[in-house]
Ligand binder design. Structure first.
Ligand SMILES: Nc1ncnc2c1ncn2[C@@H]1O[C@H](COP(=O)(O)OP(=O)(O)OP(=O)(O)O)[C@@H](O)[C@H]1O
Ligand SMILES: [Mg+2]
Length: 276
């Protein structure tokens, strides 16, 4: 596994986390969602984050995108340490420098598709690059749905609006939380290809959470999280290599759980949860 502190000195970092800890709640109900994560997301690269449900993937993305704050450690967008910013500065950073595609896409119900797509730029009073916006819309196949409101769109179409919205303003970095999770495989592949092209042709930086090894194989790099910790990473893996690696990680968790005194029944129950 690469060491984030060495990596950060010889690559251009679009975003990075240093010693990232996030604790929700306190006492009995305390959850350590991130237990000390060091990671750098290189500029102009497509990174996938994988890991079991509850491993801290969404938490990491939210804290890095200035949607939530860390309990300990630092999150940077470019050279900006998010913990040094005022609320107003955080709002501006989220609006101008970061794109986010949520796990549950959140479109504004009263705006139609094209208004949702250009909303961040309208708020920032920035003129969209019309050619680019048209290209985004055509590629995700939304040209004939632009005047429909979210409740008049299918789930897959709504997600394509959310992806277009993040890509349209060409932010420094896009965080996408399972952007293809509820698309059929053909729309999903179109969106993934589109994200890949945005990275290759325009130097867009994208970080994407996914449960799907095939989706992750579109990325330049796949990192694995479990129990709020980075477990390893692969460069340009195939879907098959990713699946193999995940099996190895599961065996590792299996062995650790037994060492920590779990019964075989408990471990099997736990492994079943991981598969779901
Ligand atoms: N607002 C919150 N309050 C308390 N606990 C939370 C909160 N958000 C997340 N958690 C807990 O933190 C841990 C990590 O959650 P997170 O949403 O980051 O997981 P995830 O890897 O994105 O999972 P999934 O694949 O299911 O989306 C989980 O145990 C979750 O229950
Ligand atoms: Mg999540």
């Amino acid at each position: 596994m690469s060491d984030a502190s060495t990596l950060a000195t010889d690559i251009m970092a679009a975003a990075r986390a240093v010693g990232a800890v996030k604790i929700y709640g306190s006492g009995e109900t305390e959850v350590r969602a991130l237990a000390g994560v060091d990671i750098t997301f290189e500029q102009g690269k497509f990174t996938a984050i994988m890991g079991p449900s509850g491993s801290g993937k969404s938490t990491l993305m939210h804290c890095m995108a200035a949607l939530d704050n860390l309990t300990e450690g630092q999150a940077y967008i470019g050279d900006t340490d998010l913990s040094t910013l005022t609320d107003k500065e955080l709002t501006m950073l989220r609006r101008d420098r970061v794109g986010f595609i949520f796990q549950a896409f959140n479109l504004v119900p009263t705006l139609n598709a094209i208004e949702n797509i250009t909303l961040p730029m309208d708020l920032a009073k920035r003129q969209p690059d019309q050619e680019w916006v048209d290209n985004v819309i055509a590629t995700v196949g939304l040209s004939d749905r632009l005047t429909h409101r979210p409740n008049e769109l299918s789930g897959g179409q709504q997600q394509r609006v959310a992806v277009s919205r993040a890509l349209a303003s060409q932010p420094e970095i896009i965080f996408a939380d399972e952007p293809t999770g509820n698309l059929d495989s053909r729309s999903g592949n179109d969106v993934l290809k589109f994200m890949r092209d945005a990275v290759d042709d325009l130097g867009q930086t994208i970080v994407m959470v996914t449960h799907d090894a095939k989706a992750a194989s579109y990325a330049d790099r796949t990192v694995f999280l479990a129990d709020g910790l980075l477990q390893g990473e692969m460069l340009n893996p195939t879907a098959e290599q990713i699946l193999d690696y995940m099996k190895i990680l599961q065996v590792g968790q299996f062995v650790r759980a037994i060492q920590e005194g779990a019964t075989m029944e408990e471990v099997l129950e736990y492994m079943k949860d991981l598969d779901d």
